[in-house]
Structure formats: structure tokens, C-alpha cells
Design a protein around this ligand. Structure first.
Ligand SMILES: [Mg+2]
Length: 319
């Protein structure tokens, strides 16, 4: 998170050139051939998203020195997604699996996991030789079916070598500085949960390592709870919580796409890999306690601070 983000934007945005570039790759999803009254809302949503062809920036692009460029590109992409009704995707029963009821008495703080709280190295090949460079080694089991669903046609390290029905994996993880203090302190003000785009088996193992007494992280949501766009990026639509009050819920995530459905409910944090000097969690905590906690409507405070909605509106009005 950067407090001078407004200035960065004012310096770096060039609406005209960004838009002419992005327009080439985005089909008009509102065109007549895409409208079919017989389709269910969910099918309509899937049809629309399958025709989207954007090239989202990966998490590796969101590093401190590239912050404004990352925002510029992701907000341009997200401005295109405003034509889509994300609510239709919530009709998918899979998305609703395991979603808890939220307490009404507290503000809700939802944390992303990978590159927000930790970074995992999925290269198991040389794990033994590299083991002392990690902060911890996490073991977890996966079922072949789960991994195939997650990977699609990808040929990444994460997906390769999974042959048995019940495979045991080991991953080395780096833990972001101040995670424990952050979780403890955040719990004094917020009802804290984790919403990750990773699979349950891996995420559960990491979360249980971070919170062994199961006291600091009150609920967990996983990849199946995300809206998946062609395996290119995932969106975490906060309306999966049936009783959500969007004035009182905030998502801290290193991927801007995660909060594309509710842009003013998101706080973007730089991606963490293994920088020991990183202090973004304590910066984020300061913002959360001083600005978000006392706010009547977190979306208004966030918009005043970051201007994400305004920038998206400006991008759309350039059409
Ligand atoms: Mg992440």
C-alpha cells in the first residue's frame, strides 16, 4: 500500500493511449449475438466471460517500484469488466460452498493469503537442499481430481508430478514480516478471515501454520469461492456472504483483480516474495485502524484515499 497513490496516478495515467490499446483486445460483450433470453443468468455470465480476452498482469508485476504501472493496467482491464454482471456468477452453487454467516457487530477484514501474508515456493525438486532458506516447510495432501480442476492445461510446477490419488506435497514458504503481530492487532478491531484463490488443502495447511490455535482467523474461503475468468485471474465477490454489509467489509489483497466486483472495498498491497525488509503489513494496519475502523462506510473512505472508482469511471467515459 502506498499513501501517495493519488500523486502516482496523476503523474502516470494517459487515458487515451491506454484505452486505444485495451479496446483492440476486448470484444463487445453487450452486442446482440451475445444476448439469448433462454439462457440462465449463470450461463449468460459464463458466455460473456469466455469471450473476454484480456491479458491481466500477474502478481509479480505488483512490486513496489512498479506500483503505478500495475494500477494503470489493472484498472484499465477492470473498467472493461464493469459491463459484466458479477452477481450472475454467484448463482453457481460451488461458489456458495462453505460460506459463513458474518457477525453484524464488527467490521470484517478479509485477507488474501499468497503474496499478501506469505509466499510459497512450489518447486519441490530441490526442497531438501534449499530447506534452510525458507521460514517453514508446509506439508499437505491433494487429490488428483482437485489439482486437475485447478490446473486445466497449465504445465506449471504446481501441476506437474501429480499422479497418485492422494499425493503428499511439501512447499517452502516465506512469511511476510509482522504477520503474527498484524493478525493479533487486527483482531482487536475486526472480525478477520482469509479468502484465497488457492486450493483448500494447501491453504488450510498454511493457515493452520500461521494460526495454530485457530483463534486469529475466523473463517476461510478458497478457490472454489472465487469467480474464475478463464484461468487468467480470479475475482472475490464479497456478495457471496448472504448477509454482507458492504459498508463494513474490506479486502486486503495483492491482486487488484480480486476486488474488481467491489472496487471500493479493496486495499491493494504490494506483492510479497521474500523481502525481509518489507513493512507493508504494518503500513496497512495503520491505515486499517486509523481510517477503516472508524468509518461509517469503508467504501467512501477508501474512495477518498485511492480514487479507484473515479479512475474507472474516467476510463469508461473515454469511450
Ligand atoms: Mg495473492
Amino acid at each position: 500500500m502506498k499513501s501517495n497513490i493519488k500523486k502516482l496516478f496523476q503523474k502516470s495515467l494517459n487515458f487515451e493511449s491506454i484505452f486505444s490499446e485495451s479496446e483492440k483486445s476486448i470484444p463487445n460483450i453487450n452486442s446482440k449475438e451475445n444476448q439469448n433470453p433462454k439462457r440462465s443468468h449463470l450461463e449468460e455470465f459464463q458466455q460473456q466471460t469466455s469471450s473476454i480476452c484480456i491479458f491481466p498482469l500477474g502478481i509479480r508485476e505488483n512490486y513496489p517500484g512498479n506500483y503505478s504501472k500495475y494500477l494503470e493496467t489493472t484498472l484499465t482491464h477492470i473498467s472493461q469488466l464493469q459491463h459484466i454482471n458479477f452477481e450472475y456468477a454467484l448463482e453457481d452453487p460451488k461458489i456458495q460452498e462453505g460460506v459463513p454467516k458474518l457477525p453484524l457487530s464488527k467490521k470484517i477484514l478479509i485477507l488474501d493469503l499468497d503474496e499478501t501474508l506469505i509466499h510459497a515456493d512450489f518447486d519441490e525438486e530441490f526442497l531438501d537442499e534449499k530447506s534452510n532458506k525458507y521460514d517453514a516447510i508446509i506439508k499437505f495432501k491433494t487429490k488428483k481430481q482437485d489439482i486437475e480442476e485447478t490446473c486445466g492445461d497449465n504445465d506449471s510446477t504446481w501441476c506437474s508430478g501429480v499422479e497418485d490419488e492422494d499425493d503428499v506435497h511439501s512447499v517452502g514458504i516465506f512469511i511476510r514480516k509482522d504477520v503474527n503481530e498484524f493478525l493479533k492487532e487486527a483482531n482487536k478491531y475486526f472480525y478477520v478471515g482469509i479468502f484465497t484463490a488457492s486450493v483448500k488443502e494447501y491453504a488450510d495447511a498454511v493457515i493452520s501454520f500461521l494460526d495454530p490455535e485457530n483463534k486469529l482467523i475466523k473463517f476461510r474461503l478458497y478457490r472454489n469461492n472465487c469467480i474464475n475468468f478463464n484461468d487468467s485471474f480470479t475475482v472475490k465477490d464479497l456478495r457471496i456472504f448472504k448477509n454482507v454489509d458492504l459498508r463494513k467489509i474490506i479486502l486486503l489483497d495483492n491482486s487488484m483483480y480480486s476486488f474488481a466486483a467491489q472496487i471500493n472495498n479493496g486495499i491493494l498491497i504490494n506483492s510479497f516474495f521474500n523481502d525481509k525488509n518489507d513493512s507493508e503489513l504494518s503500513n496497512a494496519l495503520e491505515y486499517l485502524i486509523n481510517y477503516i475502523y472508524p468509518a461509517d462506510d469503508v467504501r467512501k473512505v477508501n474512495e477518498d484515499f485511492f480514487n479507484f472508482r473515479q479512475i474507472i469511471n474516467d476510463l469508461n467515459s473515454c469511450k
